[in-house]
Design a protein around this ligand. Structure first.
Ligand code: DAH
Length: 349
C-alpha cells in the first residue's frame, strides 16, 4: 500500500502541474478525495492491513494527502494570478493624460507682449533671414564699419545683391526698426518686435539661437524721460513693484545718446550687500545689466524716410532669455538648459 500511495502522489503531481483552470483542478480533487475518489478508495484498504502495520501506513497516507493538497493550492494560486493579470476593472478611474504647457520662453514672450500692448505698443515680427542692409547699413553701420564686429553674424552662402548685401541670420531685432518705419510710412510708431536672433556663441549665458524684444517709439517730442518711464514701467510689471532701473551711458551706432539699462537686483534689493553684510553674489553693486537702449540716431530715422527734425524716438533691445533669468525666483544658472529638451527641467515652470 505504501508503494501505491507514493505512486498516486507522483502521478497526481504531474497531472496537477498541467492543469490551467480551476474547474479542471476541482474535478481532479474530487476524483481523488471524493466519496469514491481514488485516494479515498485506497485509504479504505487500510483496514485490510495487519494491525501492527496500520499506524505507520496511516501516518504516511496523511502526509501524502497533505502534500497533494499543498500542491493543489499552489497550482490554484498560479491559475488565480494569471486571472488577476487578465482582469480589467472597467469602473476604475482612467490614467490622467499628461498635461503639457508652453515653453518658458514662449510664456515670457507672451508676458512681455502683454505688458507693452497695455501701453499702446503693437507686437510685430520681422524676418529671421535678413538682408545685411536692414541688420547693419540701415542702423548707421556702413559696410566695413568696425561696429559690425559687435554683432558676430552667421552669413548665408548667397550672392550679395546691390544695396541689400548678403543674406544673414538676423543677429538682433534692431533689424526690424527701419522695416517698421517703412511699413507704417509715418509716425507715430510704437513697435514691440520679438523674434529669434542668431550669433555663433555657446556658453552658460549664450546659445546660438536666442530671442530679443525690441521696442521702438517714434513721434513728435519724444525724449529720454519717455524712455526712462517706459523702462521703469516694464521693470515694475515684469519684475515686481520694488524694482528700479537706471540708465548708464554706452555706445551704439544706431542711438545717440545710448545707454545700457540696469535693473536693481532682486536679491539684495539694489544694496549690493546682503543682510549678513556680505557682498551680493548675484549682482554688481546692486545692479544687473538688462540691455541696450537709446534715442534713435537721426541717420536711422532718415533711412526709414522719417524727418529727424520733426520727429524723434527711443529704442531698446534686450534678450528674452536673459531678462527672464533675472526674474527673482528663477534659479536658472545655465541658459543652455532652456533648449536642452529635458522634460524634467521644463516641467518645473
Ligand atoms: N541691438 C542691440 C544688441 O543686439 C541692442 C540694442 C541696443 C537695441 C540699443 C536697441 C538699442 O534698440 O537702442 O546688442
Amino acid at each position: 500500500m505504501e508503494q501505491e500511495l507514493k505512486k498516486l502522489r507522483e502521478e497526481t503531481d504531474k497531472r496537477i502541474e498541467k492543469i490551467k483552470d480551476s474547474a479542471a483542478l476541482n474535478k481532479l480533487y474530487l476524483n481523488l478525495f471524493g466519496a469514491s475518489g481514488s485516494f479515498t478508495k485506497l485509504l479504505k484498504t487500510l483496514k485490510t492491513l495487519p494491525a501492527e502495520k496500520r499506524p505507520a501506513v496511516g501516518k504516511l497516507a496523511n502526509e501524502i494527502k497533505k502534500q497533494i493538497e499543498d500542491k493543489f493550492s499552489r497550482q490554484r494560486s498560479i491559475i488565480e494570478k494569471v486571472k488577476i493579470d487578465e482582469w480589467l476593472d472597467v469602473t476604475a478611474p482612467g490614467l490622467p493624460p499628461q498635461i503639457g504647457h508652453l515653453h518658458i520662453v514662449t510664456q515670457a514672450i507672451s508676458e512681455i507682449s502683454r505688458i507693452f500692448e497695455r501701453v499702446g505698443f503693437t507686437r510685430v515680427r520681422y524676418p529671421e533671414v535678413e538682408y545685411e542692409w536692414y541688420a547693419f547699413e540701415s542702423l548707421n553701420m556702413p559696410a566695413n564699419h568696425p561696429a559690425r564686429d559687435d554683432f558676430e553674424t552667421f552669413f548665408l552662402d548667397t550672392p550679395s545683391i546691390p544695396k541689400m548685401g548678403q543674406l544673414v541670420l538676423s543677429p538682433h531685432t534692431s533689424s526690424g526698426q527701419v522695416r517698421e518705419m517703412k511699413r507704417l510710412k509715418k509716425p507715430p510708431i510704437r513697435m514691440i518686435n520679438i523674434a529669434k536672433c542668431y550669433r555663433p556663441n555657446w556658453d552658460i549665458s549664450h546659445t546660438p539661437m536666442f530671442h530679443q524684444f525690441e521696442g521702438l517709439v517714434v513721434d513728435t517730442g519724444i525724449n529720454i524721460t519717455h524712455l526712462k518711464g517706459t523702462m521703469d514701467y516694464f521693470a515694475r510689471e515684469f519684475f515686481g513693484k520694488d524694482r528700479k532701473t537706471r540708465l548708464r551711458p554706452f555706445h551704439f551706432q544706431f542711438t545717440e545718446p545710448s545707454f545700457e539699462v540696469d535693473i536693481s537686483c532682486g536679491v539684495c534689493l539694489g544694496k549690493g550687500k546682503l543682510t549678513d553684510g556680505n557682498n551680493c553674489r548675484f549682482c554688481k553693486d546692486g545692479w544687473l545689466e538688462l540691455g541696450g537702449s537709446g534715442m534713435v540716431h537721426p541717420n536711422v530715422l532718415k533711412m526709414g524716410n522719417i524727418d529727424p527734425v520733426k520727429y524723434s524716438g527711443f529704442a531698446f533691445g534686450w534678450g528674452v532669455e536673459r531678462t527672464y533669468m533675472m526674474k527673482s525666483g528663477t534659479k536658472l544658472d545655465d541658459i543652455r538648459l532652456l533648449y536642452s529638451n529635458d522634460i524634467r527641467f521644463l516641467e518645473q515652470f
